[in-house]
Design a protein around this ligand. Structure first.
Ligand code: 0RA
Length: 646
């Protein structure tokens, strides 16, 4: 490849390539999921994935991601550098092919272990198509090579711009504002969470993240380095940091089964929840799939066999179920699959059949060895399983009560619910309100056609610290199940939430704008996250935002949601304005509550979504577990709220 190489603009292939790039611009969501915040960040992951692949091939150990001052992104690696030589079939530089041909990826490099992701793996050419400007710089063969693009269109043929004694690839892109119309501003924490996750999933790779938009107190750019020597073993410790360990060791394995690379790490804690995280080609498979089934199968059969042989369960009067083996278990399963089939609603469920037995075998071998070598730990685990089985029996009874009280089961609606008259769930909203007095105000202020009110007494149960049967026995929680009309168990999954008879499509948490209010909000969110995650995933959960101030002058009244707004209003009233700070919903009258917080025309509802289940899990256990008072800011970062005017 030399500077004279012409870009043959009119060959059939390059026209096809152009069409591919045009298609990405026409239907970006087909390639990156959406064109909101998620899609915007996806661009970074896509570019970083390519560098990670290079690292997995053993050609690269450091990747640096920089958020530039103008919200453009630079990703740099010290790999071999994308080849710049002539690509015979396309008749242009391989670099140009990688950058402008959809699906080109690394396919021409047969030696490298190349797997493609689900939503990822669409290729850096997609990022190029969706960037108003992109510059690729390659250090390779003693030279620095360069090519730039606008909205995916090549500006000039690959050229050499100098000498270099290094190897590597640098990509800087500016997301296209005409595509990402909602925002082109990057969130540091979102990127940091993903880079941390990638560092754990790909041990030995150093990932630097720098934010040139912000400096710390030393005047240096905000920056973090993510590196893991032990991979999943350390990831597990990070996830379980705030839980009390039942056994001191992380049980881990890494290897290949039936040609499938499998990595597993697990630990038991003294808690009651089951936290399984699974990845395929570095992508979090929220909906699980065959690899997770394999993990469960291997775990259950191995522990069952051990427990049976040990005689520790001899006096137990009922069958142990699979769930019992997973109480207090935190585990990560990570597999690499050459041609993954993704299924499920969000395409994050692995479908490849052959993976089940590979993971199951890997787990059996790992665990059998571990139990034999650590009899004390084995005993602790079996004892815990026994307790779980006993508690499950108690929980089953309590859950049955919840089911029987379901309105469809003839048990009737909770007495405290003020229902709405509309019968179409699509139109209906349920407000969960802190305390009876605010509940009363909300009841008077609402539009009873489509708004229902369920007051919750004081602090609802912290489900993070309670055993399952306590949760199902709790009055407030039983009321939530009954009012919503949801049941536990679907045909496919006995523990899944059945939303078929959901009575309200919007469930709005309405709490005071103070410390207690935010604590209660967090408790309710924790309950939804652990017991009704499907409700969040279905986009049904919202947070109401009551105002903080009322600014009054004479008969003029205006509300403010933050200090800046308050000051602005005070100024606009030109002196003599009185300020009332709302400490709670109870200080508002019904009309004020309707005007500011409940009326769909003027209110702001924040929709709760789970951006990163792994991170949310850790945060919820940290906030609601044994330590620290809850801090709303943590939740705000992890359960992402979209401002919507519903
Ligand atoms: C294919 C072949 C070769 C390198 C790469 C792909 C490569 C791609 C990316 C994307 C980001 N960083 C990258 N680094 C390398 C090299 C083949 C060879 O040198 O023989």
């Amino acid at each position: 490849m030399s500077e004279e190489t012409k870009s043959p603009q009119y060959s059939a292939d390059s026209i096809q390539a152009l069409e591919g790039m045009e298609h990405v611009r026409m239907r970006p969501s087909m390639y990156i999921g959406d064109v909101g915040t998620r899609g915007l960040h996806h661009l970074v992951y896509e570019v970083v994935d390519n560098s990670i692949d290079e690292a997995m091939g053993g050609h690269c150990d450091t990747i640096s991601v920089t958020i530039n001052e103008d919200n453009s992104i630079t990703v740099q690696d010290n790999g071999r550098g994308i080849p710049v030589g002539l690509h015979k079939k396309e008749g242009v530089s391989a670099l140009e092919v990688v950058m402008t041909k959809i699906g080109a990826g690394g396919k021409f490099d047969k030696d490298s272990y190349k797997v493609s992701g689900g939503l990822h793996g669409v290729g850096v050419s997609c990022v190029n198509a969706l960037s108003e400007h992109l510059k690729a710089t390659v250090h390779r063969e003693g030279k620095v090579w360069e090519q730039e693009y606008e909205r995916g269109k090549t500006l000039y043929p690959v050229k050499s711009v100098g000498d270099s004694d290094k190897n590597g690839t640098i990509v800087t892109f500016h997301p296209d504002k005409t595509i990402f119309t909602q925002t082109t501003e990057y969130n540091y924490d979102t990127l940091a969470n993903r880079m941390r996750e990638l560092a754990y999933l790909n041990k030995g790779v150093t990932i630097n993240l720098t934010d040139k938009r912000n400096t710390d107190d030393k005047g240096e750019f905000v920056s973090e380095t993510f590196y893991s020597e032990e991979g999943l073993k350390e990831f597990i410790k990070f996830l379980d940091e705030t839980r009390v360990p039942l056994i001191q060791n992380v049980i881990a394995m890494e290897g290949e089964k039936n040609g499938i690379p499998v990595e597993v790490a697990m630990i038991y804690n003294t808690g009651f929840s089951e936290n399984l995280h699974s990845y395929v080609n570095n992508i979090n498979t929220h909906e699980g799939g065959t690899h997770l089934s394999g993990f469960r199968r291997g775990l259950t059969s191995t522990l069952k066999k051990y427990a049976d042989n040990s005689g520790l369960l001899d006096k137990l009067k009922f069958e142990i179920s699979g769930d019992d083996f997973r109480e207090g278990l935190t585990a990560i399963v990570s597999v690499k699959v050459a041609e993954p089939q993704f299924e499920g609603q969000t395409k994050t469920k692995l479908g490849n059949r052959e993976v089940t037995s590979a993971v199951s075998q890997a787990v059996s071998e790992m665990l059998t060895d571990y139990l034999e070598e650590h009899p004390d730990d084995a005993k602790q685990i079996v004892e815990k399983v026994k307790l779980a089985a006993q508690a499950r029996h108690a929980a089953a009874k309590a859950r049955e009560m919840v089911q029987r009280k379901n309105p469809m089961g003839g048990g009737g609606l909770p007495g405290k619910l003020s229902d709405c008259s509309d019968q179409d769930p699509e139109n209906c909203e349920l407000f969960l309100v802190e305390g009876d007095s605010a509940g009363g105000t909300a009841k008077m202020g609402r539009d009873r056609n489509f708004q229902a009110i369920l007051p919750l007494r004081g602090k609802i149960l912290n489900v993070e610290k309670a055993m399952q049967h306590k949760v199902f026995e709790n009055e407030e929680i039983k009321n939530i199940y009954t009012a919503l009309g949801v049941t536990i168990g679907t045909e496919e999954d006995s523990k899944a939430l059945n939303l078929e008879k959901l009575r309200y499509h919007k469930v709005v948490i309405m709490c005071d704008a103070d410390v207690d209010g935010s604590h209660i909000e967090t408790l309710i969110l924790t309950f939804f996250f652990r017991y009704m995650r499907e409700l969040i995933e279905g986009g049904h959960v919202y947070i109401a935002t009551p105002p903080l101030y009322l600014v009054k002058k004479g008969s003029k009244k205006r509300y403010a949601w933050n200090d800046a707004e308050r000051d602005e209003i005070v100024e606009s009233m030109k002196g003599g304005a009185g300020i009332q700070r709302y400490k709670g919903l109870g200080e508002m009258n019904a009309e004020q509550l309707w005007d500011t917080t409940m009326n769909p025309e003027f209110r702001t509802l924040r929709q709760v979504s789970i951006e990163n289940a792994t991170e949310s899990d850790r945060i919820f256990s940290m906030l609601m577990g044994d330590e620290v008072p809850p801090r709303r800011e943590f939740i705000e970062k992890n359960a992402v709220y979209a401002n919507i005017d519903a």
